[in-house]
Design a protein around this ligand. Sequence first.
Ligand SMILES: NC(=O)c1ccc[n+]([C@@H]2O[C@H](COP(=O)([O-])OP(=O)(O)OC[C@H]3O[C@@H](n4cnc5c(N)ncnc54)[C@H](O)[C@@H]3O)[C@@H](O)[C@H]2O)c1
Ligand SMILES: NC(=O)c1ccc[n+]([C@@H]2O[C@H](COP(=O)([O-])OP(=O)(O)OC[C@H]3O[C@@H](n4cnc5c(N)ncnc54)[C@H](O)[C@@H]3O)[C@@H](O)[C@H]2O)c1
Lengths: 201, 201
Amino acid sequence: MKRLPLYLRLIRGLVHDGETYISSAVLAKELNLDPIVVRKDLAVTGVTGLPRLGFPAKAAELSILNFLGWNNTTDAILCGAGSLGRALLGYDGFKQHGLSIVAAFDVNPGVIGTMERGVHVLSMSEMEKIVPRMRVRLGIVTVPASAAQEVADRMVSSGIKGIWNFTPVKLSVPDDIVIQRVDLAASLAVLSHNLSLLDRH
Amino acid sequence: MKRLPLYLRLIRGLVHDGETYISSAVLAKELNLDPIVVRKDLAVTGVTGLPRLGFPAKAAELSILNFLGWNNTTDAILCGAGSLGRALLGYDGFKQHGLSIVAAFDVNPGVIGTMERGVHVLSMSEMEKIVPRMRVRLGIVTVPASAAQEVADRMVSSGIKGIWNFTPVKLSVPDDIVIQRVDLAASLAVLSHNLSLLDRH
Ligand SMILES: NC(=O)c1ccc[n+]([C@@H]2O[C@H](COP(=O)([O-])OP(=O)(O)OC[C@H]3O[C@@H](n4cnc5c(N)ncnc54)[C@H](O)[C@@H]3O)[C@@H](O)[C@H]2O)c1
Ligand SMILES: NC(=O)c1ccc[n+]([C@@H]2O[C@H](COP(=O)([O-])OP(=O)(O)OC[C@H]3O[C@@H](n4cnc5c(N)ncnc54)[C@H](O)[C@@H]3O)[C@@H](O)[C@H]2O)c1
């Protein structure tokens, strides 16, 4: 299926140009392939073409993504199975949004090899192998501040595209990576400040 | 010091009306007291009057609050020393904002009487006694959803004025109580959604 990522890039370009339908003949010509092969490949991903119109561009893009497993936005891995990390592993609330933490990684031999609320805690050295194999694209960082940037770098190089950062460190990552910072201390400080405002009125 | 709360209410009224200075004679007249007693009481709280002008109203209000310990916006108690609660007890980040968790409460005999990262975990039955004595006004709720409202009610009746709510329950409290909700599942869902948006562009 080495051809699918090529179709994906072409289709994204066409979608960007405002095309709503794509024809297998156009894709075949661009990539110097047989149109029948292109039509068969697209059919395997599940998208159906319409007579005389071709394949709906957006639907074709998403079914290729789906087929490749590249649109997995619901599984996450967690690095740093310490006190906060382990609390997050045990939280059922993520399931309500269809999200789940599928594996955790740590450097502490005392927690490596354990199961925490049904999730395996593995050695950090396994991460680069496991993440691409499980096609995980979300990473949760709950390591000490001193290890945060290094862990983020390793996540990105293994294919992570979105990082949920609990550490106080401002992570520097490439432009196409989405970062969401959680600052619990600032949240409590806001409450404390609102309380002192109450005193003044 | 039963008189101080009476001065406080009067001074707040005067501040509201735009007064910048208050005189002990005015306070004494309103409350039918000896002006010398009023001047002595105010001096004890640490505020100093200015000749011919009187006491700066705002400063007088805050030093009475201070003296009574009613402006404590930096100490917090926590109810529900489970996996998330215990992770929060161990977090140094709160100290940077001058905040600290001074006591924790739970109903599970297995954790009552233990120390978690330097904080005593006490029985929930002690809360109504401890909170007023330590003049704590911030409460952290990390109990299961089923116990959240009951715990919030007990916090409010023991003097808590600001609640940091980690549970999925929308707490109903009187108007003068400040509530701050932390929804970690929603935060991860936002990241996941941003990631899927990335796919579409
Ligand atoms: N505990 C909280 O409530 C809380 C709140 C907000 C933010 N944070 C932040 O979350 C992070 C974790 O806090 P904690 O209290 O759980 O700390 P912790 O020390 O209990 O846990 C940290 C874990 O990370 C592991 N680790 C260290 N270096 C690593 C590396 N290079 N790769 C993988 N794992 C590594 C450790 O072995 C440990 O298990 C900190 O950055 C902290 O600032 C914690
Ligand atoms: N674990 C997480 O990462 C996480 C994330 C977001 C929100 N939450 C929310 O935080 C809350 C706690 O989650 P958890 O994972 O720590 O659960 P937990 O079951 O590990 O801990 C709950 C604790 O509350 C205590 N408790 C129960 N009833 C009580 C009562 N009436 N008074 C005082 N204590 C009482 C229990 O004994 C237990 O120690 C839940 O409401 C959950 O939805 C948890």
